[in-house]
Every structure is written in structure tokens, then in C-alpha cells.
Design a protein around this ligand. Structure first.
Ligand SMILES: C[S@@+](CC[C@H](N)C(=O)[O-])C[C@H]1O[C@@H](n2cnc3c(N)ncnc32)[C@H](O)[C@@H]1O
Length: 295
């Protein structure tokens, strides 16, 4: 569909919905239907159910114009989450900007593991490389008795994370800027959790993630995605020093790429970590590793 092809008076919500779905197929693939609904819900300010029950309503001219503009942005390859300005993670509505990674569903696995494995009601937890604050805020909202420290080297990302915690009225997260362990001072934690950059610098998947015309629209920050020639530079730093910031028996939990588990296992063993466990995401791919600090 091309903007201006129809005037709004000729279209119902249902008709436009079908056209948007069709138009998004090239850029969104199987997610075209979901994305069409999210765009419509944003502009029409409707719930999912209302979108269906009021499908016969005609679109107003302003709504049509707004939707056409958003659709063009999406068709140019701009991520939907940046167009809408928010993304759901762990049932929390998080603000996202091009300064933050768009939180992924597979990262919810880290939240699940942390909640299941940390028994204390008063744990001290650090989320290193917090981005939008997704992991820290999800944990803080589930465990009001925990004290969370969320860090990032990006001040712009950290500002978004702080905004998210204020909007969601989560008061048990502290935010500090700095590279990996720099902001931690002499503190010791029960759990250090991180979804660090882990894509290899020359991985062809970057082109898919960033899109072919990456300069034409906002894309995810490369510093949130890539971790050196094998993708593991940041993991190496975290694995080599995290034990200095953990209480005895403290845990390190890392997200990683689907093919990185064997190498991470070697790195963890060489650095003296104990009880290394590996976890798969919903697609059955190796996605997270948990290790206990050595004595
Ligand atoms: C893959 S993103 C994860 C963001 C967020 N935790 C999530 O799961 O959606 C990695 C994050 O690490 C941050 N980062 C990259 N290098 C860093 C460093 N040296 N120190 C601290 N944070 C860093 C990036 O700015 C980015 O926010």
C-alpha cells in the first residue's frame, strides 16, 4: 500500500488493517500481523479486543495520515519499537530509544533463572549493561526486598532506564554509569547478571539486525551488540573479574549467543567458577549460563 492511495473516508479499520498487514510483510515477515495491530492500537488508542470489535468503524483523516506516516517509517526498516517508543518486557511497558537495545523476549529467561535461583528476600543484585533497564526493573518489580544496581557505560541508555523505573514506580534500583565493574566500588553482590554485547564484529547477522540502509533510519547501538572478533570480549571481562564483586557462593548469570556455550564453559572453568549450568531459550537454543563463585 502506498500513502495517498486511499482517502480515509473510504476505509474501515478492518480494511486498513488488512492493507497494513500486506504492506508490512516484506519488512516484518511472519510478525506483519502483530506489527500491524500494534501500529493501529498506538494510533487509535485501542485495546486488542477493541481493535477487533470496532473493526467496522471508519478511520478518521488524522488517524489515516498518522498511520500512513508510521507505516512508511517501518517500511524503510526502522524498528517498530523505536517508532512506537516502547516495548513490552516481562509484562512491563518499557520506553526505548535508539540509545537502548530493544529488549528481547529471550532475555526474560535471565529474569526467570534469577528469580528461581536466588532464595533470599533481601538479595543484592547487579545488572551490568542494563540498557533500557529491562532486567533490573523486572527483578526489582518482582522482588521489592531486593536491592538492584543497574549500570551502563552509555549515559543516554541509563537516562532511559531511570525514566522507566520512575514511570513504573520501582524504587529499589540504583543507576550508575561506567564500564563493567568500574561503578561497583567495593560492593559485593549475591548475583551479577548481564546480557552483554556478544555478536562477533563481522557476523553477517548484523546486516539483518541493522538493515541494509542503516544510515537511513535509527538503528540499535552497535556498542550494545558487538563484542570483538568472536563476540566474547565483554564476557571475558565479566568472567575474569566478577568473583571479586560476589559474596561467597554468589552467582554470575550471563546471556550469550546460541553457539557460544562451549567456549564460555571453558572460560568459566579456567577462571575457577563452580557448578556451571547452561540454559536454553524457548526456541531450544543455548542462551544463558549460570556459575557459582569459587572459594
Ligand atoms: C545487549 S545490550 C543489553 C541491554 C539490556 N540489558 C537488555 O537485555 O535489553 C548490552 C548493554 O551493555 C552496555 N555496554 C556495552 N559495553 C559496556 C561496558 N563496557 N560497560 C557497561 N555497559 C556496557 C550497552 O550500552 C548495552 O546497553
Amino acid at each position: 500500500m502506498v500513502a495517498g492511495e486511499h482517502d480515509s473516508g473510504a476505509l474501515t479499520v478492518d480494511q486498513f488493517r488488512q492493507q497494513i498487514r500486506q504492506a508490512l510483510r516484506a519488512v516484518a515477515g511472519d510478525a506483519a500481523g502483530l506489527e500491524a495491530d500494534l501500529l493501529l492500537r498506538e494510533v487509535l488508542q485501542r485495546s486488542r479486543v477493541q481493535l477487533i470489535t470496532r473493526g467496522a468503524n471508519q478511520l478518521e483523516a488524522t488517524q489515516f495520515a498518522q498511520l500512513t506516516t508510521l507505516l512508511k517509517r517501518r517500511q524503510s526498516g526502522e524498528p517498530l519499537a523505536y517508532i512506537l517508543g516502547h516495548r513490552e518486557f516481562w509484562s512491563l511497558d518499557l520506553l526505548v530509544t535508539p540509545a537502548t537495545l530493544i529488549p528481547r523476549p529471550e532475555t526474560e529467561l535471565l529474569v526467570e533463572i534469577a528469580l528461581a535461583r536466588v532464595g533470599s528476600e533481601h538479595a543484592q543484585v547487579a545488572d551490568l549493561g542494563t540498557g533500557s533497564g529491562a532486567i533490573a526493573i523486572a527483578l526489582a518489580s518482582e522482588r521489592p526486598g531486593w536491592q538492584l544496581l543497574a549500570t551502563d557505560q552509555s549515559t543516554a541508555a541509563l537516562a532511559v532506564a531511570q525514566q522507566n523505573s520512575q514511570r513504573l514506580q520501582v524504587s529499589n534500583v540504583e543507576f550508575l554509569q561506567g564500564s563493567w565493574f568500574e561503578p561497583l566500588g567495593g560492593r559485593q553482590f549475591d548475583l551479577i547478571i548481564s546480557n552483554p554485547p556478544y555478536i562477533a564484529d563481522d557476523d553477517p547477522c548484523l546486516e539483518v539486525l541493522l538493515g541494509p540502509a542503516a544510515d537511513a533510519h535509527p538503528v540499535e547501538p552497535i556498542s550494545a551488540l558487538t563484542g570483538g572478533s568472536d563476540g566474547l570480549d565483554d564476557c571475558r571481562q565479566l568472567i575474569s573479574a566478577a568473583q571479586n564483586y560476589l559474596k561467597p557462593g554468589g552467582l554470575l548469570l550471563l546471556e550469550h549467543g546460541h553457539d557460544q556455550q562451549p567456549r564460555l564453559q571453558q572460560l568459566l572453568e579456567a577462571a575457577g567458577w563452580n557448578q556451571i549450568e547452561c540454559f536454553q531459550d524457548l526456541a531450544g537454543l543455548d542462551r544463558a549460563v549460570l556459575a557459582v563463585a569459587g572459594q
